[in-house]
Design a protein around this ligand. Structure first.
Ligand code: DHB
Length: 308
């Protein structure tokens, strides 16, 4: 039985897309709605439509992907229109917001609030791909400011999408900041490992055009970093739910994220490569692992990672 709950909402499975993958336009959103995913999220939006960075801007790697999309999106109103038509009985919808300024973010969240949809805000604090824009997730003062401002402007609970952290002191500091904001009731970790570089041996060139080839790394490369961030925030933020993201392409990876403390698991690179049918395989693989281990429900092992 893969059914579970996320913040009181029933899910058929603890699986969804990662924002940015298969969720830019209505056709893709409808495909996710009809897939076996238990929830779904829209592409991170800005106030206005953007073309994004020049192509090529995504490249498949041997163990994952590199991307520097640059926030191509249809503008927040397009996703609000989708959110107003979404079937919330079928599955919950998350609404990802990545405004270019604090004011843009405040404008967008005010519009979401006025739309009265049950969509859950996932505030993206970790886009590494807009030239000249630092990630809020790595500026702890800016992080505190945006959480204070969104908390006072937005009347409902919301979540944050964080970049990966690599230092215990940073886990402590970010968790302390998040714990001061009660409205932050979920944390999605992780976004891509920002500004990696991969090289084509034959042509001796970079693989993507923007930012001289630098881009966010996803897929198998990032699994240990993702699991560490999920577990670090799960243990430091006991009142918040964790959404795991990073390195998931099999049922085993889903199981590991759940064990580390995730309540819901996102799929990015592998969904990009394989399409929404992947959720059928991930569910079968997760169910098989649970059966082999003698677990009947997810809550029997969720967050129960053992130490030595
Ligand atoms: C993009 C990439 C991200 O990792 C993100 O969080 C938001 C946007 C992008 O390049 O489009």
């Amino acid at each position: 039985d893969l059914s579970t709950f996320f913040l009181g909402r029933p899910l058929t499975a603890p699986l969804m897309n990662a924002s940015g993958v298969w969720c830019n336009v209505n056709g893709q959103l409808h495909a996710l709605a009809e897939s076996e995913a238990g929830a779904m999220v829209t592409k991170s939006c800005t106030l206005l439509r953007r073309d994004g960075n020049p192509e090529p801007r995504y490249h498949t790697l041997s163990m994952g992907s590199i991307n520097s999309m640059g926030l191509p999106n249809e503008g927040h109103q397009y996703y609000l229109d989708y959110a107003e038509r979404h079937d919330y009985e079928n599955k919950p919808l998350f609404f990802s917001v990545a405004g270019l300024t604090l004011d843009d973010n405040l404008t967008i969240v005010a519009q979401i609030q006025d739309a009265y949809t049950p969509a859950l805000l996932e505030l993206n604090l970790s886009c590494p791909n807009v030239p000249g824009k630092a990630q809020i997730g790595y500026d702890f003062d800016a992080l505190d400011v945006i959480l204070a401002e969104i908390s006072s402007a937005y009347s409902r609970p919301f979540g944050v999408k964080l970049p990966p952290y690599f230092d215990t002191a940073h886990f402590d500091e970010v968790a302390d900041i998040l714990n001061r904001y009660e409205k932050v009731n979920f944390i999605t970790c992780i976004n891509s490992i920002g500004n990696g570089l991969m090289i084509d041996m034959d042509s001796e060139t970079v693989l993507i055009k923007p930012k001289q080839g630098f881009g966010g790394i996803g897929g198998e490369y990032v699994l240990p970093t993702a699991l560490a961030n999920v577990n670090a925030f799960h243990s430091r933020c006991p009142k918040k739910s964790i959404i795991g993201c990073g390195g998931v392409s099999t049922g085993e990876h889903v199981f590991m994220h759940l064990l580390a403390g995730a309540s819901l698991v996102q799929v990015g690179t592998a969904l990009y490569e394989q399409g929404p049918e992947i959720f059928v395989r991930l569910k079968t693989e997760l169910a098989t692992i649970m059966q082999e281990k003698g677990y009947k429900t997810i809550r029997e092992f969720q967050g129960k990672l053992k130490t030595l």
